[in-house]
Design a protein around this ligand. Sequence first.
Ligand code: CLF
Ligand code: SF4
Length: 298
Amino acid sequence: APEDMDPATWEKVKDHPCYSEEAHHYFARMHVAVAPACNIQCNYCNRKYDCANESRPGVVSERLTPENAARKVIAVANEIPQLSVLGIAGPGDSAYDWRKTRETFRLVHQQLPDIKLCLSTNGLALPEHVDDLMDMNIDHVTLTINMIDPEVGTKIYPWIFYEHKRRTGLEASRILHERQMQSLDMLHERGILVKVNSVMIPGINDEHLLEVNKEVKKRGAFLHNIMPLISAPEHGTVFGLEGQRGPTAAELKKLQDACAGGANLMKHCRQCRADAVGLLGEDRGQEFTMDLVPDEVT
Ligand code: CLF
Ligand code: SF4
């Protein structure tokens, strides 16, 4: 293990391609899109496509039932021995659609106990499920946190759905912020590694992400992954940020440099699709669409 890492943490990250830069050369991840419902609206999301939590918009991912997802994971594990992690990362929110996420993880864990389970969520619904995470031995959770100031949040989130009600404006962002901080604290207390993903949106939260970086470090986040907003006209771009551009490589680098001393940055993210398969940066998803997965896989 590296000198600055305790052995227990090393055990958790050494074969996780996102949590260890080294590991991403040798270990593969796959995603299954099983949880399409979402409890918030991000202005940069086009719900028809994959979730900008973790992925590039543009191509609709294959929606699977938990049973089919488990079959697909087994088929992939048979073909790709480097497969070490199964992630659920949209489209939709894995913690809101929790029954589907949990059932998928349960089925996979039953048959492939060595595969690490990983999820990505906006955090709003996560606090209720932290006990389940512990029961299932899940030690990697990604929270997408784009602001710690609800005023900034109002420009990113037009509404959230919380406790049976749709909420808008400052109230929505305030609740989302509180739940995200609660999620981070609960996960950290329980020794679950948290990676924070932030989408960098020029003119909206770009400078603010420096504060986000400091705060999540203070609250024990293991890594902070600042992802550039991908805005391309052919994707119909975004729901409420028409004409919004993404940051340039130089702007991203400048922000990353300014974050030195805060939470450690992940810099090898490849903004995977929600049904990506293979090493990071490689997408073998098309080899494993459901029509190609044999009916009986063991
Ligand atoms: Fe998937 Fe995300 Fe788990 Fe990795 S991806 S759920 S933590 S297993 Fe990784 Fe892909 Fe970047 Fe995500 S490179 S988009 S950070
Ligand atoms: Fe879209 Fe994901 Fe945001 Fe939900 S959390 S609105 S699916 S980007």
